[in-house]
Design a protein. Sequence first.
Length: 348
Amino acid sequence: MFVKSIGRVQFTLVLLAGLLLTACTPIQAPADSESAMEATELTIYSGRNENLVGPLLERYQEASGVTVNVRYGGTAELAATIMEEGQNSPADIFFGQDAGALGALALAGRFTQLPTEVLDRVDPRFQSGSGDWVGVSGRARVFVYNTEMVNEDELPNDIWELTAPKWQGKIGWAPTNGSFQAFVTAVRVLEGEEGAREWLEAMIANDVQIYAKNTPIVEATGRGEIELGLVNHYYLYRFLAEDPDFQAANHHPSAGDAGAMINVAGVGILDTAKDQAAAEAFVAFLLSDEAQTYFSEQTNEYPIVNGVPTTAEGLLPLAEVNTPDLDLTDLDDLQGTLQLLQEVNALQ
């Protein structure tokens, strides 16, 4: 496998916004004689970190005999790259860490239809309504908090409570992170455009602390640099595995707003895929019991195929999370979210 990191985040976010403006109609893949050939390799653009999914992709390569080439980077950055490359993209699969980037590519017509037998393994709320992308693991948005500095009865239960003076300078977020951007898109859907702008501006006025991604937020929370952070639930488990006494815990806000949304990491087969059948076989693998068990045991995410248990200690069952009434396919307006984040100066 090869690894290629992508930098210049701010430039790429602006690029993606511009590309999405022009990519409003589906792009049809040209006929290609290579599609009839037996696939010997797949090229995957992965917005999921190599530390999380690299071992699983290696396992697939060993079991299938297919050479798996992986380009790693930020989810939004790779989506922008795919849009920029157009029909010259070498990518067969996009593996995104959130429904927002998946929806943006779907909106641009860059995915092909997935087979019914694949889609049937996943609850409809965790896949595209048009069947062109599917979730493969679930992650809950949570408030991670320092257990020595914050009492449970002090914890906020909706995102608006985070703007109170008592939290001034004590909260961390990661505005360039794809999952955070999907969360902001959810705020826009649930609270309206002006409500989302008001919340973002109130957080900034409350001196929210900026981090590059989720891991540094959890680390900063545990050491008391901040008291609370906006992250996905599974990042905490990495620290607890190294230090069971790590001074942080996850809190699922109970008000049922965007702060308690369940997002998905998911995949779509690109219209530049060289072998549709081989790409479909890879997607089916990610929804196999083997891969779903990997997500449960190794990345501490929610398996989303029925019958595969959640194994992370203390992880609140999906049925007990008071999630908002939100259709993940409504998170496709990544361009609008990037524009809003830029307008309120959340992206630096």
